[in-house]
Design a protein around this ligand. Structure first.
Ligand SMILES: NC(=O)c1ccc[n+]([C@@H]2O[C@H](COP(=O)([O-])OP(=O)(O)OC[C@H]3O[C@@H](n4cnc5c(N)ncnc54)[C@H](OP(=O)(O)O)[C@@H]3O)[C@@H](O)[C@H]2O)c1
Length: 324
C-alpha cells in the first residue's frame, strides 16, 4: 500500500480508501461489511469514506458497530453532510444549524468522539459560504472534526472558499471529492488545477464507473443478476452515464490491455486515476470481499507510458475531446 499526504496537509491516507455508498449498512450485510473492513485494514487501507445520507444514517451506524473492534488512532474516518436527512426545511444543506446537528448525529451513529474529515457533500447556494466556513471552523475548534472538505464543488466555488477562509482567518477546505474515472475526466479541466493551486487533495469517487470498468458487463447483453447494473433501485446513474454498447466494448478492450500487464481491468482503471498529480486516493466501493482483494492491488500497479498513451486515445480527456 502507498500513503500520500492529503493535498498539502499533514494527514497521510492510503491511495485506496474504502467507501460505503450502496454497500455497507444498506445492500451489504453486517458480516460481509465487517469482513471488508478487516480485509481493507489488513491490506493497508487506513481510511473510510461514508456520508450521513447513505441509507439515511444506516451506513454510519453499521460502520459505528464494526469500527468498535479497531483502535481509533489507526484509521482516518471521513463522512459528509448536506443531503436531506428528513423532510423539514432545516433537514438538509450547509446552514450552521444543519451542519451542527448532523455533526453530532454522525458522531453518535459512528460511535466516535471526532470525525477526521467532514465533507460538504454538494454546494448549498441558499446558505452564505461564510456561514458554512465559520461552522466548520467552530466544529474544529471544539475538537469534533479535524479537517473539512468539499465534494463535487465547481472550481470557482473551491477558490472562493479558500480565499474567504483566509480572509476570515478560518480553516480552509483540505480536500475535494469529485467523480473521476477513465469515463469521467472533467475534473482535469478546472477542478484539479484549482485544487493543486490551493493544496487540496482529491479523494475520487466511482473510479470504476459503478462497475462498468471492471468489464464484467457484456455489450448487447442484460446485466448479470446480483450486480449494481441489474438492480433498478441502484442503477440509475450508471445507466444514464455509461450504459452504451460502445462504452461496454471499450471496457472489454481496456480489460485486454490490463491482462497484458498482469492486471485486472479494475486494477488498471483505479491505478490510472492515481497517476494524476491532483489525486490523493481513489475510493473503492465493493459488495464482496473478493472485489476488495482485487481492487486493493491497484495501489501497487504501475502503468507503462505507452499504455497510458493508449488509454488517453481510448478515453479522451476534456482537453482532447474539445480540441478542434
Ligand atoms: N461524494 C459523492 O457524491 C459520492 C458519490 C458516489 C460514491 N461516493 C463514494 O465513493 C465510493 C465508491 O463509489 P462507487 O461505489 O460508485 O465506486 P465504483 O468503484 O465505481 O463502483 C463500485 C461497484 O462496482 C462493483 N465492483 C467493485 N469492484 C469490483 C470488482 N473488482 N469486480 C467486479 N465488480 C466490482 C460493485 O458493485 P456490484 O457488485 O453491485 O456490481 C461495487 O459496489 C462510495 O462507496 C462512496 O464512499 C461518493
Amino acid at each position: 500500500m502507498q500513503y500520500r499526504n492529503l493535498g498539502k496537509w499533514g494527514v497521510k491516507i492510503s491511495t485506496i480508501g474504502l467507501g460505503s455508498y450502496l454497500t455497507i449498512g444498506t445492500h451489504v450485510d453486517d458480516e460481509t461489511s465487517a469482513e471488508c473492513v478487516k480485509v481493507a485494514f489488513d491490506g493497508g487501507i487506513n481510511w473510510i469514506d461514508t456520508a450521513n445520507a447513505y441509507g439515511r444514517g444506516s451506513a454510519e451506524e453499521a460502520l459505528g458497530r464494526i469500527l468498535q473492534d479497531y483502535d481509533r488512532d489507526d484509521y482516518v474516518l471521513a463522512t459528509k453532510v448536506w443531503a436531506p436527512m428528513g423532510e423539514g426545511p432545516n433537514d438538509s444543506g450547509l446552514s450552521a444549524k444543519h451542519i451542527f446537528e448532523q455533526c453530532h448525529a454522525s458522531l453518535r451513529r459512528l460511535q466516535t468522539d471526532y470525525i477526521d474529515l467532514y465533507q460538504c457533500h454538494r454546494p448549498d447556494p441558499e446558505t452564505p459560504l461564510e456561514e458554512t466556513i465559520r461552522t466548520m471552523d467552530m466544529l474544529a475548534q471544539q475538537g469534533k472534526i479535524l479537517y473539512w472538505g468539499v465534494s463535487e464543488w465547481p472550481s470557482a466555488l473551491i477558490q472562493e472558499a479558500c480565499d474567504l477562509a483566509e480572509k476570515m482567518n478560518c480553516r480552509p477546505p483540505v480536500s475535494n471529492q469529485p467523480r473521476y474515472s477513465l469515463l469521467w475526466r472533467e475534473p482535469e479541466e478546472q477542478v484539479f488545477p484549482t485544487c493543486l493551486h490551493n493544496g487540496l487533495g482529491n479523494v475520487v469517487f466511482s473510479p470504476l464507473a459503478h462497475g462498468v470498468l471492471t468489464a464484467k458487463y457484456e455489450p448487447g447483453q442484460p446485466p448479470p443478476e446480483g450486480t449494481r447494473a441489474a438492480d433498478e433501485s441502484q442503477n440509475k446513474i450508471m445507466m444514464d452515464l455509461y450504459w452504451t454498447d460502445e462504452i461496454l466494448t471499450k471496457a472489454r478492450d481496456m480489460a485486454e490491455m490490463a491482462g497484458d500487464l498482469g492486471l485486472t481491468a479494475a486494477q488498471l482503471a483505479m491505478a490510472w486515476c492515481l497517476q494524476h498529480p491532483a489525486v490523493t486516493s481513489v475510493i473503492s466501493g465493493v459488495t464482496k470481499v473478493s472485489q476488495l482483494e482485487d481492487n486493493i492491488k491497484a495501489a501497487d500497479a504501475e502503468i507503462p507510458p505507452d499504455v497510458l498513451e493508449k488509454l488517453d486515445e481510448m478515453f479522451p480527456g476534456p482537453a482532447q475531446s474539445s480540441a478542434p
